[in-house]
Design a binder for this molecule. Structure first.
Ligand SMILES: [Zn+2]
Length: 54
């Protein structure tokens, strides 16, 4: 499952959360620091990319 990084625009703190796409599209993301919903997405997700091309 991918882990997403988010940046709270209200308090400018970063946090990461593991969530499904459906959870994400519901917009149920709240900053754990200040409870703001003004969250920016940081799509540098921790996908487990394994490239076999060399
Ligand atoms: Zn915040």
């Amino acid at each position: 499952m991918p882990q997403y990084n988010f940046l709270c625009r209200a308090c400018e703190k970063e946090f990461s959360k593991i969530l499904t796409i459906s959870e994400h599209e519901k917009g149920g993301i709240i900053c754990p620091h200040c409870k703001s919903k003004d969250i920016g997405r940081r799509w540098a997700a921790f996908y487990a990319v394994t490239s076999k091309k060399s």
